[in-house]
Design a protein around this ligand. Sequence first.
Ligand SMILES: CC[C@H](C(=O)O)C(=O)SCCNC(=O)CCNC(=O)[C@H](O)C(C)(C)COP(=O)(O)OP(=O)(O)OC[C@H]1O[C@@H](n2cnc3c(N)ncnc32)[C@H](O)[C@@H]1OP(=O)(O)O
Ligand SMILES: [Co+2]
Length: 146
Amino acid sequence: MLPKRFNANIANLNMRKIEHIGIAVSDLEESNALFARLLGKKHFKTEVVDGEKVATSFFQVGETKVELLQATDESSPIAKYLARKSEGVHHIAFDVEDILAEVERLKGEGFEILNETPKLGADNKLVVFLHPRSTNGVLIELCQEI
Ligand SMILES: CC[C@H](C(=O)O)C(=O)SCCNC(=O)CCNC(=O)[C@H](O)C(C)(C)COP(=O)(O)OP(=O)(O)OC[C@H]1O[C@@H](n2cnc3c(N)ncnc32)[C@H](O)[C@@H]1OP(=O)(O)O
Ligand SMILES: [Co+2]
């Protein structure tokens, strides 16, 4: 077992920044126009992630991004979310250098990993999610650039 101090260093190395804030929306086109007005800029990409049954669009805001997400199927996590809650912040994604090492570290810290094997996310990323019940009610996503 590495000394706690050393783990803390690895943690700094890994959770490098907020990669994006994910926002669940009902109508991507409508919300693209709303966020373009809000942010004073258009989204820089749209992308459908079939594996997650979501259509996404991304706005660059300094070092981080806003990710708008619309369900592409009623079994989408976004559809289930919107069936219970109104539109709004859905998750916070962190950029990590080594997603597998971070999964191991977080498992050791007692967090609930939803998919230990990273899956293909949007915007050229490998992604892992942590269950909100282990993170004070916030759905957390880890992203590693491919
Ligand atoms: C990958 C493409 C893109 C990217 O950035 O690259 C994405 O970000 S895709 C985003 C969509 N995909 C996911 O969210 C995958 C991970 N999510 C899940 O596995 C589920 O949504 C899960 C497990 C968080 C919730 O599953 P489900 O909705 O089936 O369960 P419940 O409805 O029973 O909810 C259980 C419990 O969790 C609370 N909950 C659900 N969603 C959220 C959320 N987004 N934030 C906070 N809390 C959430 C829900 O309220 C329930 O709590 P309870 O106290 O029991 O009422
Ligand atoms: Co995301």
